[in-house]
Design a protein around this ligand. Structure first.
Ligand code: CP
Ligand code: NVA
Length: 339
């Protein structure tokens, strides 16, 4: 397997064998880290992390991953660089590509990360755009594999805004690796038909199935994994909250939904999650909308506190796996001789 020099922009660019290789490499790096075996395979190299949006997991995963591999790291946040204000993405790519061995980008437009990848001359890794979040899927699938020992044939149900970066990317990942993917959402929040058709084509070769339904009981029936994400993603205006709560409050992942799933089902969420009033936004939404939508009282939105705190929840293992999987992506795309 040779991924050296390859960009990691969307899973659509990778074969099932390559994705499985990255997941297995992540598991190996995780085990080495747990056993205290150092793996500074990329000493002397440097990476830059470009963030137009906030992040906890992705930024820290890239920083710790890079440091564990022996690399130097520069973080450029939403403020403080010239990118996009006084300097185009194309020029930024050509400057940074001469100083760094790899570039991570988190932002709004997917075309921005594509442009960086086209012009940087070094690997570019997508740390989330409005359309896709591919490094998250590697962590999610590593977690599923740790739990069930396999990915093929797993019944994976995503509940919520199915046309956001997570809905799109989980559907692609499932199609590539042979999972039975179901999106449960009101029709207007299903992924674009073109992407569904494309994933259904991929699924023909991998044994995956792709289903979409508005019926939460049908969609979560016997699921091995119930997955959800925030109802309003970064970059969407605050004004969409009210309508999105109206669309999705019936789709909140609660104990009844988990009971409808397989008895060994796990709950997953890419995080951050709204499940209480201990966040600014959670408190504000609860105050504003709880009279009209009782489910959001206590700041519980896409998932109840009971479910995320239950022993079915794997959200923190999943968050840790961001670091092992991102490390694997950097190692595989930057190393000459790593196998
Ligand atoms: N899941 C995820 O990408 O989290 P951050 O926004 O904290 O990076
Ligand atoms: N859909 C979410 C994912 C966060 C990791 C967002 O884009 O805000």
């Amino acid at each position: 397997m040779n991924l050296k020099g390859k960009n990691f922009v969307t899973l659509l660019d990778f074969t099932p064998e390559e994705i499985n290789y990255l997941i297995d490499l992540s598991a190996k790096l995780k085990k080495e880290k747990q056993e205290g075996i150092m793996h500074k395979h990329l000493e002397g190299k440097n990476v830059v992390l470009l963030f137009q949006k906030d992040s906890t997991r992705t930024r820290c995963a890239f920083e710790v991953g890079a440091l564990d591999l022996g690399m130097g790291v520069t973080y450029l946040g939403p403020a403080g660089s010239q990118m996009g204000k006084k300097e185009s993405i194309k020029d930024t790519a050509r400057v940074l590509g001469r100083m760094y061995d790899g570039i991570e980008f988190r932002g709004y437009l997917h075309t921005d990360v594509e442009q960086l990848a086209e012009h940087a001359g070094v690997p570019v890794w997508n740390g989330l755009t409005d359309m896709y979040h591919p490094t998250q899927i590697l962590a999610d699938f590593l977690t599923v594999k740790e739990e069930f020992g396999k990915l093929k044939g797993i019944k994976f149900t995503y509940v919520g805004d199915a046309r956001n970066n997570m809905g799109n990317s989980l559907m692609i990942g499932s199609a590539k690796l042979g999972l039975h993917f179901t999106a449960v959402a009101p029709k207007e929040l299903w992924p674009e038909q073109e992407l569904i058709d494309h994933c259904q084509e991929i699924a023909k070769d991998t044994g995956a199935t792709i289903n979409l339904t508005e019926d939460k009981l049908e969609g979560t029936k016997d699921a091995d994994v119930v997955y959800t994400d925030v109802w309003v993603s970064m970059g969407e205006p605050k004004s969409v909250w009210q309508f999105r709560i109206k669309q999705l409050s019936d789709y909140q992942v609660d104990a009844a939904m988990m009971q409808n799933a397989n008895k060994n089902a796990i709950f997953m969420h890419c995080l951050p999650a709204f499940h209480g009033i201990d966040t600014e936004v959670g408190l504000q939404i609860a105050n504003e909308f709880q009279d009209e939508y009782p489910r959001v009282k206590n700041g519980e939105m896409e998932v109840t506190d009971e479910v995320i705190e239950s022993n079915q929840s794997r959200v923190f293992q999943e968050a840790e796996n961001r670091m092992h999987t991102i490390k694997a992506v950097m190692l595989a795309t930057l190393s000459d001789d790593y196998e």
